[in-house]
Design a protein around this ligand. Structure first.
Ligand code: G6P
Length: 355
């Protein structure tokens, strides 16, 4: 079952549908149901002063998400594109450099991790592949347990990276206050399943798949989701797509917005961030751009949207992952309607072993 397409037209669609199982595998034995505690037995003692992430492509978007989670527990953290790591402030003894890499073989990421070790940092590989170069070379390895991914465009492994980074911060934080967050993680596989069982992503793709360009916006934890939504879209549909932090739209990209550039806006909850992103949605709506809101229905964003991609109510960190599932599906269906070779997009490789 792991190697065939199991009746799906493409590995990508199969892997999107494997997410509930991948997430269950990732959580298995790592969450103490009774104590509400996260246990990552495979890790040695970690108590970093600061954290630097290095990663490429989709894994970099997971790193941006991970860095925000670390900052939220009071540990300064920053994500670097691995090939740009040389410009970072050198880590010192009690700093941790985390390489996020599905394959564990990406040359840019391996090279940044080697540089980090050379500079004296402790290194941790967050990877899918047991025994990969990153796992072997780093001081510590934490596995995302997604199972093999064949499609070049990363899908289930991104979801598993997010949840693994979430587990890592919960493990380090060890606070009683995290019970709700942990409960949110436990609900995640069934919430993803609910989206897969009842999504209108195909209809959205049908309506918009011959647009001029596609924009994706989100704030906070939804910023990496906006970037990932756009990356997935361009990788497999070959259409021009860009992701932006919602607040940055007005500082340039807004000039590109027309009635023929759909804007996907990720808005969940009804707090300050949602309110501000809705303000940005109004700006694009005023330029006649079609707006597709990816939302849990907690705010009134629907009033300003042409379409809604619904996600179940959840915690902020799980909402990011759920919103991403809807965006994966839109990309998949748009690429399928355009008849693209979804599992093997031109010019791209699953694992890039040159710098
Ligand atoms: C390639 C793939 C991307 C992937 C990136 C990083 O460019 O096409 O989908 O995100 O490598 O891969 P890694 O294995 O390090 O996560």
């Amino acid at each position: 079952e792991e190697t065939g397409k199991s009746g799906y037209d493409h590995y990508m669609l199969k892997e999107i549908h494997e997410q509930p199982r991948a997430l269950r595998q990732c959580l298995q034995g790592r969450v103490d149901e009774l104590g509400g505690e996260v246990l990552l037995d495979e890790l040695g003692a970690l108590d970093p002063d600061t954290v630097q992430f290095v990663a490429c492509g989709t894994s970099y978007h997971a790193a941006l998400y991970g860095a925000q989670l670390f900052r939220s527990i009071g540990i300064p953290a920053q994500a670097f594109i691995a090939s740009e790591y040389a410009t970072s402030v050198p880590p010192i003894e009690n700093d941790l450099v985390i390489g996020v890499t599905q394959s564990g073989e990406t040359a840019d990421t391996l090279s940044a991790l080697r540089e980090a070790r050379h500079r004296g940092a402790k290194t941790l590989a967050v990877t899918n592949v047991v025994g990969s170069t990153a796992a072997r070379e780093c001081d510590e390895a934490l596995y995302i347990r997604a199972g093999p991914e064949i499609g070049v465009a990363a899908t289930k492994t991104f979801a598993s990276q997010l949840i693994t980074l979430s587990l890592l911060t919960l493990h380090l934080n060890g606070s009683e206050d995290d019970r709700d967050v942990i409960a949110g993680l436990r609900d995640l596989p069934s919430n993803v399943q609910a989206i897969l069982d009842d999504t209108n992503a195909r209809e959205i793709a049908e309506e918009y798949h011959d647009s001029d360009a596609y924009f994706f916006i989100g704030r906070g934890l939804h910023h990496p989701v906006a970037l990932e939504g756009a990356l997935k879209f361009k990788e497999i549909s070959y259409e021009h797509a860009e992701g932006f932090p919602a607040g940055e739209l007005k500082h340039g990209p807004l000039a590109l917005v027309t009635e023929n550039t759909p804007v996907f806006a990720v808005v969940t909850g009804d707090g300050e961030q949602a309110r501000k992103t809705i303000g940005n949605v109004k700006e694009v709506e005023a330029r006649d751009a079609p707006v597709i809101a990816v939302t849990d229905g907690a705010s009134d964003v629907e009033r300003y949207a042409d379409h809604v991609l619904e996600i179940p109510e959840s915690t902020p960190r799980t909402a990011a992952l759920l919103a991403n599932v809807q965006l994966q599906l839109v990309s998949y269906h748009a690429a399928a309607l355009l008849d693209r070779p979804i599992d093997k997009p031109r010019n791209l490789a699953k694992s890039v072993t040159v710098e």
